[in-house]
Design a binder for this molecule. Structure first.
Ligand code: PMP
Length: 395
């Protein structure tokens, strides 16, 4: 009875890890949950004020399918500042989170049979949405190159069917931040071999010195007309549940996306749009800086605690909200665990340390494990101490 398409819909490994953590907690156990890429924070005062003011003005009607014109204009100004290029509202769509922006992209550019290059380890939504669009993900291994794709590997994977490359920096799950040189190389390849760049910079607000987040459009302005910028306020303003993201790209794509959104969600939530508009218009960096300070403190605490790990090298954590641990040495020490060491380690951490993590199998990497560190500092400290004890006792 169900459409064949539904066979392609599998629940993500991240969702499975969250569910395992919830099940353990439901049994009365204290579980420190490092699974979700979210930041624990109060609302920005300007978001709260903007939302309440919109409610008090009785905001209740549909907006334009791709968002309020004023909001798109403000976003165009933000993107112009970030890329050093002029952008207009006609090149921006407000979306229900970056996830919808990415889905719109998949629907707007992919034909069945097309191929999309995806550096691995990867955030699962990238290949899953590619498959739903009838296209094929082509994974580019990055583990041997500090989690950054080698140009030669990308080049070797190109075929006449290559339609796009996914560039996610700072990266989920690996924490790698791509350099200017890497971005310039990818942009050049995309121009020479004529494919799209899907540029996901959702974690751009969290990049740790000396690493710097660069927009690929700022690095390679001549690649702009083949770049689709995807961004989100889920992380940068700790607003994950409000579903505010955007897509910026050529007008023809934004027009198609307008039709798509009008057919699927009509518009992003109006109150959330007004709140975001109020926040952006107030142009007060205080909340953003406070959040960045929190993440930077959490990272420093985490790196210091993880430095006590015996068999696991320090994670990169150049940007984003994640420590990504390489478990290869543990695997080597205990061959019983075989290929799927990450699943075994995640289970042991949940059962023995009461710490929930996401095994790398969720990201196409059976030897890694992801720890999200955007939580309360005291909990993070306790969780990582217990995690280190369990991993150091691994035999
Ligand atoms: N891109 C990446 C790389 C992500 O990790 C996420 C969230 N986990 C998103 C996009 C989607 O974010 P949202 O839909 O909440 O804006």
């Amino acid at each position: 009875m169900l459409a064949q398409r539904t066979a392609l819909l599998k629940s993500s490994g991240i969702a499975a890890a969250c569910a395992a953590a919830e099940a353990a907690a439901a049994n009365g156990r204290e579980i420190i949950d490092l699974t979700a890429g979210e930041i624990w924070s109060d609302l920005a005062p300007t978001i709260r004020e903007g939302a309440i003011a919109a409610i008090n003005r009785n905001v209740s009607r549909y907006t334009d399918p791709i968002g309020l014109m004023e909001l798109r204009q403000v976003l165009a100004r933000v993107i112009s500042a970030e890329t050093g290029q002029p952008w207009s509202a006609s090149q921006v769509a407000v979306t229900n989170g970056a996830k919808q922006a990415l889905f719109n992209v998949a629907m707007a550019i992919l034909n069945p049979g097309d191929e999309v290059l995806i550096p691995a380890p990867y955030w699962t939504t990238f290949p899953d949405q590619t498959v739903i669009a009838g296209a094929t993900p082509i994974f580019i291994e990055t583990r041997h190159n500090n989690f950054v794709p080698r140009l030669t590997d990308l080049e070797a994977a190109l075929t006449s069917k290559t339609k796009a490359v996914v560039v996610n920096t700072p990266n989920n799950p690996t924490g790698a931040v791509y350099s200017r040189e890497t971005l310039a190389g990818i942009a050049q390849l995309a121009i020479e071999r004529d494919f799209w760049i899907i540029f996901d910079e959702c974690y751009g607000a969290f990049t740790h010195a000396p690493h710097i987040h660069h927009s690929i459009v700022a690095v390679a302005p001549h690649a702009r007309d083949r770049t689709l910028i995807v961004n989100s306020f889920s992380k940068s303003l700790a607003l994950a549940g409000w579903r505010m993201g955007y897509l910026a790209g050529p007008t023809a794509i934004i027009k198609a996306v307008k039709e798509l959104q009008s057919l699927t969600t009509s518009n992003p939530n109006a109150i959330a749009q007004h709140a975001l508009l109020h926040h952006l218009a107030s142009d007060d960096p205080a909340f953003r800086l406070e959040l960045q300070g929190h993440i930077s403190n959490a990272r420093a605490l985490g790196l210091s605690l993880l430095s006590s790990l015996t068999w696991v090298p320090p994670p990169r954590a150049e940007g984003g909200l994640f420590f990504y641990l390489n478990l290869s040495e543990l695997q080597f020490r205990q061959s019983d665990y075989g290929e799927f060491i990450a699943d075994e380690v995640a289970d042991a951490l949940l059962m023995e340390a009461g710490v929930a993590t996401v095994p790398g199998t969720a990201f196409g990497d059976p030897t890694g494990i992801r720890l999200a560190y955007g939580i309360d500092l005291e909990l993070l400290g306790r969780g990582l101490q217990d995690l280190a004890k369990t991993l150091n006792a691994w035999k």
